[in-house]
Design a protein around this ligand. Structure first.
Ligand code: GTP
Ligand code: MG
Length: 321
């Protein structure tokens, strides 16, 4: 198993794919492997691309990949599809579109769905990012469908976040979810060949100008991703944002926040696992459930009693146990 990490560091694609499957399936050996991976991470720059289903994220990623490769950068792509039960390979549309890159050794593309990613897609995504980081990719692109909280969480792991919008047609952009507005470092208005693109661009700019001035004012970039229009401008904006993050010290700050979240999560994970192991060993959980169902006990005091019984409270107060 440790060979797997050595192989990864040597640039073995199969090892990378295998490791990502292990983290996706929350394999028991995963922690040991990630320990070996971690010292080799921290070099990749993470770019999140999020937007409504069908807004053109994959087409944008495809063109961005070409730009990045032209600049000699190696790239990992993780397409997160929370609605798809499939994983371990690209979803059909992406597979066709990204075929160009399939033979390029410096590009690694992987889709992740909900199936298998026990314990959360955002955790699995974060761990997959670490694998690709140690694998030596300069840039990691994370494509997520911006529909819910889990996607916002995934975006929190990115160094630069691109939010993809499309022309609102008759609608006003006021309907954009507040959360999405907050996470954007760069706005893209894709499908700018469609009616209403100019108006959408103006409205977004007005919304941004109403905000209190921040150190970074998100640019609004119109694109037509099917025709490679605006992609060079987008890549420029991303690089400018990266420079801003690096020079202002903000990059270090958000990476520190990320480590804080990860460490907290790991502690909670260990505590939770340890508790449930002992509960399973020492407590007749199902019979407690029955008692609560029949109103002989309540869940509030039962939970406390249960933890006391496995000596969790004593441990917590430092009285041994
Ligand atoms: N007119 C027009 N259509 C576009 C443009 N970009 C993408 N499309 C079309 O929009 C559809 C969705 O494109 P994708 O790139 O798959 O979008 P996506 O956001 O990755 O989609 P999901 O991953 O399914 O959420 C495809 O049929 C594209 O051909 C554009 O700039 N203009
Ligand atoms: Mg897509």
């Amino acid at each position: 198993m440790q060979d797997l990490v050595a192989e990864l560091l040597k640039g073995n694609r199969r090892a990378a794919a295998r490791l990502i499957s292990l983290v996706e399936n929350d394999d028991p050996q995963k922690r040991e492997l990630l320990k070996g991976v971690y010292p080799h991470t921290g070099n990749a720059y993470l770019i999140g691309i999020t937007g409504a289903p069908g807004s053109g994220k994959s087409s944008l990623v495809d063109w961005l990949l070409k730009q990045m490769r032209k600049d000699g950068l190696t790239v990992g792509v993780i397409a997160v599809d929370p609605t798809s039960p499939f994983s371990g390979g690209a979803i059909l549309g992406d597979r066709i579109r990204m075929q160009d890159h399939a033979l390029d050794n410096d590009v690694f593309i992987r889709s992740m769905g909900t199936r298998g990613s026990l314990g959360g897609l955002s955790r699995a995504t974060r761990e997959a990012i670490q694998v690709l980081d140690a694998f030596g990719k300069d840039i990691i692109l994370i494509e997520t469908v911006g529909v819910g909280q889990s996607e916002v969480d995934i975006v929190k792991t990115a160094d630069s976040t691109v939010v993809v919008l499309t022309p609102a047609g008759g609608d006003s952009v006021q309907t954009i979810k507040a959360g999405i507005m907050e996470i954007a470092d760069i706005f893209v208005i894709n499908k700018s060949d469609l009616p209403g693109a100019d108006r959408t661009e103006t409205e977004i700019n007005m919304m941004l100008d109403m905000k209190k001035s921040k150190a970074w004012r998100p640019p609004v970039v119109p694109t037509v991703s099917v025709n490679n229009e605006g992609i060079a401008e987008l890549w420029n904006s991303i690089q400018e944002h990266r420079s801003h993050m690096e020079e202002s010290g903000r990059l270090l700050e958000i990476r520190r926040e990320r480590v804080k979240r990860e460490l907290t999560e790991q502690v909670e994970y260990l505590v939770k696992n340890r508790i449930w192991e002992r509960v399973k060993e020492e407590i007749e959980f199902d019979s407690l459930v029955e008692k609560i169902v029949h109103r002989e006990q309540d869940p509030y005091s039962t939970a406390g009693d249960l933890l006391a019984k496995i000596n969790f409270y004593e441990r917590e107060t430092g009285e041994g146990g």
